[in-house]
Design a protein around this ligand. Sequence first.
Ligand SMILES: [Zn+2]
Length: 232
Amino acid sequence: MPRLKRALVIVALAFTVAAGARAAHARVVAPTAVTGAWAEVEQSWGELERSWSDIGQSWRALSVWGDWLGLRFRLWLADSFGGALGDLVALAEGLDELHERLAPLSVPPVEAGMTSRFGYRRDPIHRRIRFHAGIDFGADRGAVVHAAGAGRVTLAGRSGGYGQVVAIDHGLGVVTRYAHLERVIVREGDEVETGDIIATVGSSGRATGPHLHFEVRRDGEPVDPRAELLLP
Ligand SMILES: [Zn+2]
């Protein structure tokens, strides 16, 4: 073999080996690079998942805080507003009670028209001008008599010219009297509610016929029952 030809074969062989080696190297390197990149992607994904989980955890923590704050807020609202509402209700009840005490009479004592007014009038028996301390209702015998307001019965029985009479103390110096009764249903010391039936109409005592004589006294002084009952 001539020398040149041998040299060429050697160079070609060397090239072939070098190329083969490079290809082999490439085959080894390429998968490594892809695997590395994949690993990086996986790592990033893992970090992302961890971040996501962290966000989730933070969110849950925030929710718990939110719930707690909401609960505190609702409690605070209930505390302050509920308290104020309670105060208002108490005030309204107090005003109601005060109104009841100042104007304790709200029901006419009998369902009948008025036949005699309060004040000075000609006395139906003596025919002289006398002071009429109450008003008269022209009710029939046996008609039911109602308590004009709530209170305690302080008199239930016969008393001079009043005949059978009931007196009710409504508090704060207000007393009502129901006179010339036929039958007294309540007893002294009884607590009555507004509108309770306490007696029936009659003509006992100094009376010309069946009617109800009704009086209202404030601190012992007779006042016009029409004003107390807001009657026309
Ligand atoms: Zn009278």
